[in-house]
Design a binder for this molecule. Structure first.
Ligand code: DON
Length: 307
């Protein structure tokens, strides 16, 4: 494949195939503000290393980024405190649902990885402790990397997450009892819900993830992560980014990826390009049905995977 490949034909073929999928799953309903999303929507974008973006379908429509943001908070904390983070959160797949509480007591309040909700709460607590405005810092980073100053938090989704956030509150309080959340829990939850409620399009998120394909280099050419740290984030995405479906995602797609219950998934072809796909219908593990299928077809049709 040449480096200046035009991805449009392959994206158009994928969109056509997705149009014939018999079952696209159902939108998340445990956050009521997400339940009304239309599972018929589908968008996909590919950004190359220079920031050129190819897209199809609803690739410029903003959607709720949700857990996709966990990749960016992880990167921001690693950039600030490096290895010290790993004393507070592991990097093993959990094999359990993203919002599970069950392992935390056996494992002394140390979450299995930074992408399940417990682990992401620890990461956001670190970002808040180290910088004082976790959600604001994340939003500035996403705006800068996507080149879209219009990115914003959807306050209706924040209110909905907050009103139905008992499980996240339980996780945060439980970890605080082990000393693994150091700031005030209400402040942490506010920033975590704001983080999850950022809206961005496939175009925005494919661009924002670019530093992971550029081995740690941001859009403006400055370095966020060392080459080795970028490898580590990609590795944790591959092994943990789609929760208890990470094995199946790696088998089908063969790329580091991170899903969100808004129906988005980002994926990285290191040294080559980044992708973001969105379709709100989820499978029972919280991953977009059309999204996983589209990424599976992309790596199959182009041969661009890490394997
Ligand atoms: O905290 C939650 O449950 C949601 N705001 C985010 C969960 C999520 O996106 C999991 N991803 N598939």
């Amino acid at each position: 494949m040449s480096q200046d490949q035009d991805f449009r034909p392959v994206l158009e073929q994928i969109a056509e195939e997705i149009g014939t999928l018999p079952d696209r799953g159902r939108p998340a309903d445990y956050i009521p503000a997400l339940a009304c999303a239309d599972p018929g929507r589908f968008g996909m974008a590919v950004a190359d290393l220079d920031g050129h973006v190819y897209g199809v379908g609803d690739w410029r429509t903003p959607f709720s980024a949700q857990s996709i943001t966990k990749v960016f908070t992880l990167a921001l904390v690693l950039a600030k405190e490096g290895e010290a983070l790993w004393d507070r959160v592991g990097r093993e797949p959990s094999g359990n649902p993203f919002n599970s509480l069950v392992q935390l007591e056996y494992e002394n309040g140390i979450p299995r990885n930074p992408f399940i909700n417990a682990g992401a709460l620890v990461v956001t607590d670190r970002l808040q402790t180290l910088g004082g405005d976790a959600a604001g810092e994340l939003l500035s980073f996403l705006r800068a990397e996507s080149g879209n100053p219009g990115l914003a938090v959807n306050t209706e989704v924040v209110a909905s997450e907050s009103a139905h956030g008992d499980r996240n509150a339980a996780l945060a309080h439980f970890m605080a009892s082990y000393g693994n959340v150091t700031g005030p829990v209400p402040v942490l939850l506010e920033h975590y819900f704001r983080q999850c409620s950022i809206e961005a399009s496939c175009e925005d998120l494919a661009l924002a993830a670019g530093f992971l394909a550029r081995h740690g280099i941001r859009a403006d050419g400055s370095r966020l992560l060392s080459r080795s740290q970028a490898k580590q984030v990609n590795a944790v995405m591959l092994t943990c980014g789609t929760y208890d479906a990470a094995g199946d995602f790696a088998y089908r797609v063969g790329l580091p990826g991170k899903s969100g219950v808004g129906g988005g998934i980002i994926a990285v072809v290191p040294g080559r390009c980044t992708l973001c796909v969105w379709s709100p219908g989820l499978d029972r593990r919280g991953n977009s049905v059309a999204g996983v299928t589209a990424l599976d077809r992309f790596t199959t049709l182009t041969g661009l995977s890490v394997f």
